[in-house]
Design a protein around this ligand. Structure first.
Ligand code: DLL
Length: 421
């Protein structure tokens, strides 16, 4: 445990947060046009931020603003001082590019090391990272964190679940890093094979990047005979390392020495008291290349500032089960329904109405897309319907990278106003 920061007294933490916030506000005011005009319009000068309470006066930053300022206008450093670019995962309509300075990478590494430490992982462990390496922050973030604590890293990335199990058995992996979907898949393979979980050396899994429930935790823990802990993060803030469960499994400790957390009512934007569920809003206070102020994450959670039995004083957030928007997460891929709409409008014969349904009953989630087709095709020959079906399936699978169940339905048969569920 990083005693100095993870068990810090609240009064000292607040002083540290204020100092770091002031530096950050100065930095963005000087270097990011978007923030300079946001603060000017709100009649706030950087020197007006004299208490943590003053943060509340600053308007929120939304994903739309980040998108409008792509690729580099939200950067507070020139590109020559940026040593890494990453982006939000999966297939969103507009992936957001984020940058890191050398110091940002150092902080990020330390924060992911905390996630690993809180799961009891240390230099004697063999850590298998089964996240997709690439622009997604999950893999490389954990890679650096695990090397930093001196563990032995296996960057197994997204090879098949069967091969991952072989690696795990042969190289005696003790800690696994992946999404809940993938952990379930691994548990399912072990169950169906002649491998007994006892043959594996696996002890703990650090799981994140998508919502998962207590029953899913139980299935993973029982299927692999391990401890499964949740960790949360998002690329706009830093990647993994924003918050993580300790072994008490009673909320995720937020790295409050690097991020200030608030919870708001997503409709009224009013600040909510601790314990009430609302949208998580985060402010980065150490980031140099890509700082964000009062960023609306879209994730629903509540805060608890009471001290945890583990000794950590950092506030805990409840597990994120839902979002405020209609983002759909399937097999670890984050999909904005609007992206599906965009693809469908490019295909002749489809109507703009569709419905998404995710079936999570099997080991792998499945996405079903119901698409209304135009009248002349629906009542025409089967051959035309088949060709259209094939084309939609091909285009969606190319964009998403996994099997999609496509169903063509009659015009006007999909309920209006709610295109996804
Ligand atoms: O998923 C960062 C990450 C990687 C976190 C590995 C943990 C482990 P993005 O691709 O930008 O970043 O997606 C961020 O994923 O706003 C949440 O909606 C969702 N999310 C991330 N972690 C959790 C979690 C990474 N533990 C978006 N529980 C976030 C629920 C999660 N949702």
């Amino acid at each position: 445990m990083d005693i100095k920061y993870e068990t810090i007294k609240r009064s000292e933490l607040e002083q540290l947060q204020l100092e770091r916030l002031q530096v950050t506000i100065n930095r963005v005011y000087r270097n990011v046009k978007f923030y300079r005009s946001l603060l000017d319009k709100a009649n706030i000068a950087p020197e007006d931020i004299t208490s943590l309470d003053d943060l509340k006066k600053i308007p929120f930053t939304t994903k739309e603003s980040l998108i409008e300022n792509q690729p580099y206008d939200m950067f507070a450093l020139p590109l020559r001082d940026v040593v890494r670019l990453q982006s939000s995962s999966g297939t969103t309509r507009e992936p957001i590019v984020v940058g890191y300075s050398r110091n940002d990478i150092e902080h990020w590494t330390e924060l992911v090391a905390r996630v690993l430490n809180s799961g009891g992982v240390n230099k004697d462990d063999v850590v298998q990272i089964s996240f997709d390496y690439g622009l997604f922050t999950g893999a490389i973030g954990f890679h650096y964190g695990a090397e930093y604590i001196g563990a032995t890293v296996i960057p197994s990335s997204r090879i098949s679940a069967e091969k991952q199990i072989n690696i795990m058995r042969n190289y005696r992996t003790t800690a696994l890093v992946c999404t809940p979907t993938f952990a379930l898949q691994l548990a399912d393979i072990v169950k169906k094979s002649d491998i007994s979980p006892a043959e594996l050396s696996l002890r703990v899994a650090l799981i994140g990047s998508e919502p998962w429930s207590e029953p899913v935790r139980l299935e993973i823990e029982e299927g692999l005979h391990i401890l499964a802990l949740d960790n949360y993060g998002l690329s706009e803030i830093i990647g993994p390392g924003v918050s993580c469960e300790c072994q008490e499994k009673n909320g995720l400790h937020i790295a409050e020495d690097h991020f200030i957390a608030e919870v708001i009512n997503p409709d009224t934007e009013e600040l909510l008291p601790d314990g009430e569920v609302g949208e998580l809003v985060l402010t980065t206070i150490t980031k140099e290349a890509f700082p964000v102020i009062r960023y609306r994450t879209g994730d629903l959670t509540s805060l608890d500032r009471s001290k945890c039995i583990c000794g950590r004083t950092l506030a805990r957030m409840s597990r994120v089960a839902k979002r405020t928007d209609d983002l759909v997460i399937v097999q670890g891929v984050k999909i904005q329904p609007a992206l599906i709409g965009q693809i469908l409008t490019e295909i002749e014969g489809t109507e703009p109405h569709f419905r998404l349904r995710v079936d999570r009953s099997g080991a792998k989630d499945e996405l079903e897309v119901r698409v209304e087709v135009s009248e002349n095709i629906f009542f025409d020959e089967i051959r035309r319907m088949d060709a259209l079906h094939e084309e939609i399936q091909k285009r969606l699978e190319e964009a998403l990278g996994f099997f999609v169940r496509v169903k063509l339905v009659e015009p006007n048969s999909i309920q209006r106003l709610n295109d996804s569920e």
